[in-house]
Ligand binder design. Structure first.
Ligand code: F6R
Ligand code: MG
Ligand code: MG
Length: 378
């Protein structure tokens, strides 16, 4: 029988700024799921990173199910009541629509979900990022499922040798394309290097996969808040679910991309490049310059609708070096202040005072052609 893993997350208020979730709010979300989820889901776990509350659910209702999405929506509503009571910063900020319409997509929360045929043992990892955007998953997901220098299984495990299919979304024009690896590796990389526009949405096994039917093995949330609110209201702090082992990346291959702290867009005011730091949940407070951007990874095993875990995968000394490197990069970048490439290009910034400044200064600009200056630059 098919089983669905639904991971739904939202920022419904934090303290003191966009730093961290507040325990009574997390408890209110959990209490709601515990009391109302019995006939809808078979198991769940609540977690958090930075200012985002994260709900991992297991059930038999398939993706986009109104009862499952409604459960998460109402749990976030219940949490928002508590956030409002304490006057938390940004209380209810990701619940952008007033009424639930059957699906949380397009309403603010981020969703990563997939319906799968569970294996005898079904291990998977949930990744949660804060202070960054969905395209930040492009690099690690490609490494896991496409790069043999990261995942030697692609070369030495006969069950993986056929490669994988990648579903890529153009989030600006609202289009998608399927690309098959390894044959179309260069085409894929040509797109996903532009991580603010082309984002990996799903990865599938191929027909010729020796262990699994052609089905979804990785999914990333891509719910662009900018489109929902009609104006840019924030980078949307993505989450992902990745199945592992037995013909899929081993747990270690699925963690390996994060050993190299790479640069992502987000950080302070969603307007800066910064290093993505892998952390255990206990280190998931956003402090320095509201960051640096972080990723946590929770390892689970699913059996008969029940979850074992999570294991807090980056809560380990093996990632200390990546963290040290990230902090060195953060220090280096911070010295640049508001200069690119630390600060993002104008179009990618969440906040910009530039239009107002240009308006104020417009009458004071002098045309170079009216002066003799232009001759020198011609
Ligand atoms: C970035 C983020 C924070 C805020 C910053 C200013 O995604 O959430 O860096 O942008 O703390 O927040 P406001 O404008 O709400 O005071
Ligand atoms: Mg926030
Ligand atoms: Mg956040």
């Amino acid at each position: 029988m098919k089983v669905t893993i639904s991971h739904i997350k939202a920022d419904i208020g934090s303290l003191p700024g966009h730093t961290t979730v507040f325990e009574p709010v997390v408890d209110a979300v959990e209490d709601y799921i515990k009391s109302n989820g019995k006939n809808i889901i078979s198991d769940y776990r609540i977690s958090h990173i930075g200012d985002d509350i994260q709900i991992t659910m297991v059930h038999n209702h398939g993706v986009d199910n109104p009862d499952v999405h409604g459960l998460a929506w109402n749990a976030f509503k219940a949490g928002t009541e508590v956030a409002k009571k304490y006057g938390l910063y940004g209380a209810g900020q990701d619940l952008l629509k007033d009424a639930f319409s059957g699906n949380v997509k397009g309403m603010g929360p981020g969703v990563a979900e997939m319906e799968i045929t569970p294996r005898k043992s079904e291990p998977f990892i949930v990744y949660m990022m804060d202070k960054t955007e969905p395209g930040s998953f492009n690099y690690p997901i490609y490494k896991m499922f496409g790069d043999p220098f990261n995942t030697p299984g692609l070369v030495i495990d006969p069950n993986m040798h056929a490669g994988f299919k990648f579903e890529v979304w153009d989030i600006i024009e609202g289009k998608r394309i399927m690309l098959s690896l390894p044959e179309q590796t260069y085409d894929l990389l040509a797109l996903i290097g532009s991580k603010g526009r082309y984002v990996i949405k799903r990865v599938y096994t191929k027909e010729e996969h020796t262990k699994l039917p052609a089905e979804n093995v990785a999914v990333i949330s891509t719910d662009k808040l900018s489109f929902i609110a009609g104006e840019y209201v924030g980078k949307d702090d993505p989450a992902a679910v990745v199945r592992i082992q037995s013909g899929l990346p081993a747990a270690g291959e699925a963690l390996e991309p994060f050993a190299n702290s790479y640069l992502v867009s987000g950080w302070m005011r969603g307007s800066f490049n910064g290093p993505l730091m892998p952390v255990g949940i206990k280190n998931s407070r956003m402090t320095r310059f509201d960051g640096p951007p972080r990723v946590a990874a929770l390892g689970f095993v699913l059996k008969d609708g029940r979850l074992a875990g999570p294991v807090d995968m980056f809560d380990d000394i093996a990632f200390d070096y990546a963290r040290t490197k990230a902090l060195e990069m953060a220090d280096y970048l911070r010295r640049m202040g508001v200069f690119e490439p630390h600060r993002l290009p104008d179009d990618d910034m969440e906040y910009t005072a530039l239009p107002k400044i240009l308006e104020k200064l417009s009458s004071k600009f002098e045309k170079l052609s009216d002066l003799n200056e232009l001759k020198e630059v011609q």
